[in-house]
Ligand binder design. Structure first.
Ligand SMILES: [Zn+2]
Length: 743
């Protein structure tokens, strides 16, 4: 179950799934072993490993990531959160309670009843000096939504802006000293705060030291303030599209959140993540029962110490992905929460403004090289690559390969799921890289598309090509810089695809990395109206094979939970064939229903029931044929309507949504063909057509009708050949229900 609230700073932490690490680790190292996470980007990953009984050593360079990790492993109690929050609210600002004062910053008048209420947010346009709208829910009259600002709202925003210079200079003094060269960068970063949130945050931060909180309560309050620090910047576009910002760019329109509400929200977020895992700071050791040992600093500095002291049995990690927004803001927040000394080791993050993939590959390679130095031969390394995109994958594979890690496997579902990369620490010998061969890349991509039996996303064919280059150690030449290596790899992959007539690009865009790539042969064979002999060369598509596998599994194992079905299928569809969750659910919702968490086939989809149904449909085809003055004959798997020895119409009856098979096993002209499917299969068939343009094009040329149409037709008092044609033309496949189903 997912928590109702995403965790604190969720838009900046890697979006990982639960269960991957706890399933993978025991296969490679017994519980109690030492495991290393050299990147420390994901608390979730580290916590899961620690909870599974491992001793996890984590290097964390970013003070905010470190804080997130400690807080989620061992959060203060709910009582401490509440008490710290109450102390803050009750402290005095002049004659006023600080809580009352801070809340008053967000007061606005209800448009309907005129009551003074609290706004949830103000909406701004980039560069404006006042908000243009406010968002509220009135507790008195229940008026709710986005409303135009009042003159008072504008006045209030301007009043706060008038004192801004003072608060702004306080805010950067906590990050960098006056004479500091980096001060200008800190100032630029703080530009991403409007006057009101900046006033709000500096007021609280300046209050921290005089509150006299216990260390635990201070930690709790820091946690709440951190949530407000992130809610207070201008990186909240409205309406929300860029949910996971990577760059410090001010959107054209954005939300200014009510930070008091956000402090309260922080309380809910932190207390929901409650868990208790032992956390120690290096060089403290951990008991065999597991826990987390944090090394704050760089892997480089840790490598020598670890090699002598700790046997690392496995390496895990969410691979580094450039995030200028998070890194810069982290430096800022660290200064606000803990002062200048805390920012010092992390301050370069303020300075560096452009992180491209070549930079990423160079930095990752340095990390992988230190990692290589402390691992023994064969040490397994599971890297998770979140929010995958082709350049990120090239960067990671090139960096790891150049550092001496051998790629064992890659599992890729969609561009919306993390890619799983399994490496092993290779031999220490210096390896001579090979020249990249375009022929090998082409064959690898071709082999993947043949195996898949349907078009693939660019990310899939890119990955297939990269794996071929990894195998021949051809991702980076000796003495080549990473930017050059990345560029030539991409150019190679691009020409491998574009200059080969076997590949077809299904895309509206010009660029090679959009849309889907498939094999030309499919369309060639099927555009021919010449009869083929029963489709013996037909390669069942991935989605058809997944459909068969899921149904077969459910026939043998009724009431299985989703995870069990997944575990049965993943080994059958490994690597780049890994089926998406969208595909699982498209098949499951077509065939099965969920009862008490388990999936079981619908009663009409149990094999015996389906066989009876098929017999009934066959006799319906014969009966309708008789009324239309056709004779019906069975030929292999097809039913033919004939008149005077000429074939007029052919039928192929399916109990499944295996349209690809039906098309391949129909040797007659597609325009004559009617494929009959159960109504319950229509959404699944539409899903398949939507993800496979070559299938969609073939389906367009036949008629697909549902069982129930035939049942309706036989009951019509008057049935002519014309009405028959009209009726079957008006029975389209359904559109898939949700966006998720696309993948
Ligand atoms: Zn009202």
């Amino acid at each position: 179950m997912k928590p109702a609230e995403p965790g604190p700073l969720a838009r900046f932490t890697p979006p990982l799934e639960d269960g991957v690490i706890s399933t993978w680790l025991p296969l490679h190292a017994p519980p109690g072993s030492w495991v290393l996470d050299p990147f420390g980007f994901s608390s979730r990953l580290v916590l899961e490993a620690a909870r599974a009984g491992y001793r996890v050593l984590v290097t964390v360079n970013n003070p905010i990531s470190r804080f997130l990790l400690e807080m989620s492993a061992d959060p203060p109690s709910e009582t401490d959160f509440k008490a710290a929050f109450a102390d803050l609210a009750a402290s005095k600002k002049g004659e006023e309670r600080l809580g009352t004062h801070l809340q008053s910053l967000y007061l606005t008048l209800c448009e309907k009843c005129g009551a003074e209420i609290s706004a949830d947010a103000f909406l701004w346009r980039k560069g404006a000096d006042a908000p243009y709208a406010r968002v509220y829910t009135c507790p008195h009259c229940e008026d709710a939504g986005e409303r135009v600002v009042t003159p008072q709202d504008v006045e209030k925003a301007k009043q706060i802006a008038a004192t801004d210079t003072l608060h702004r200079s306080r805010a950067f003094e906590r990050v960098a000293a006056l004479e500091d060269d980096d001060r200008v960068y800190a100032e630029e970063a703080i530009e991403h705060y409007l006057p009101r949130p900046l006033y709000f945050l500096t007021t609280i931060i300046n209050r921290l030291d005089s509150l006299n909180l216990t260390p635990e309560r201070r930690r709790a309050l820091n946690g709440l303030i951190l949530v407000a620090c992130d809610a207070g910047n201008t990186l909240w576009d409205h309406p929300s599209e860029r949910r996971r910002p990577k760059q410090l760019n001010v959107p054209g329109q954005f939300r200014e959140h009510n930070l008091w509400t956000q402090l309260e929200r922080g309380l809910a977020q932190w207390t929901e993540t409650a868990s208790s895992v032992l956390v120690e700071a290096w060089p403290q050791r951990l008991p065999e029962s597991g826990g987390i040992c944090i090394y704050e600093g760089r892997l480089k500095d840790l490598a020598e110490e670890v090699k002598k002291a700790i046997p690392i049995k496995a390496v895990i990690g969410s691979l580094p992905r450039p995030n200028q927004a998070f890194w810069t803001l982290s430096a800022l927040w660290a200064g606000w929460l803990w002062g200048r000394e805390a920012v010092e080791p992390y301050k370069p993050a303020l300075r560096r403004r452009r992180y491209d993939w070549a930079w990423n590959a160079t930095a990752s390679n340095a990390a992988f090289t230190h990692l290589f130095g402390l691992c023994h031969l064969g040490t397994p390394f599971l890297g998770l690559l979140t929010e995958p995109e082709p350049s990120f994958l090239t960067s990671a594979l090139t960096a790891a390969s150049a550092a001496g890690f051998d790629l064992q496997s890659i599992a890729l579902r969609t561009q919306h799921d993390p890619i799983q990369l399994l490496w092993a620490c290779g031999e220490h010998l210096k390896r001579q890289p090979d020249e990249a061969e375009i022929g090998e890349v082409r064959e690898a991509i071709h082999a993947h598309l043949v195996e898949r039996g349907e078009p693939a996303s660019y990310l899939h064919v890119h990955a297939a090509g990269l794996v071929a280059l990894v195998k021949s150690h051809a991702l980076k030449q000796k003495d080549q810089e990473f930017d050059e290596a990345l560029r030539s790899t991409h150019a190679l992959l691009q020409s491998a695809l574009e200059e080969d007539l076997r590949f077809v690009h299904y895309s509206n865009g010009e660029s090679v990395d959009t849309g889907l790539w498939g094999l030309a042969i499919e369309s060639e064979r099927d555009s021919s109206t010449e009869p083929t002999n029963g489709g013996s060369a037909h390669r069942e598509s991935l989605s058809d094979r997944v459909e068969i596998a899921i149904v077969t599994f459910l026939q043998k194992h009724p009431n299985s939970i989703y995870r069990e079905i997944e575990q049965d299928l993943y080994p059958r569809f490994p690597g780049l064939l890994t089926p998406s969750m969208g595909m699982f659910y498209a098949v499951l919702s077509s065939y099965a229903q969920r009862e008490n968490g388990g999936w079981r086939l619908r009663s009409e989809d149990v094999a015996a029931a389906r066989r009876e149904e098929l017999t009934r449909i066959t006799s319906l085809i014969e009966a309708i044929g008789r009324r239309l003055k056709y004779s019906t004959r069975k030929q292999d798997k097809n039913y033919l309507w004939e008149q005077n020895g000429t074939i007029e119409r052919t039928f192929y009856i399916l109990a499944s949504a295996l349209l690809g098979r039906a098309l391949a096993e129909t040797p007659y002209p597609l325009e004559q063909t009617i494929i009959v499917i159960p109504g319950g299969r229509a959404a699944l068939a539409a899903y398949k057509a939507q993800r496979d343009p070559s299938l969609a094009a073939r389906i367009k040329r036949v008629q697909v009708v549902k069982y129930r149409l035939l049942r309706t037709l036989i009951d019509l008092p008057v049935l002519t050949r014309e009405t028959f044609e009209e009726q079957i033309a008006g029975d389209p496949l359904e559109k898939p229900k949700s966006q998720l189903m696309m993948f």
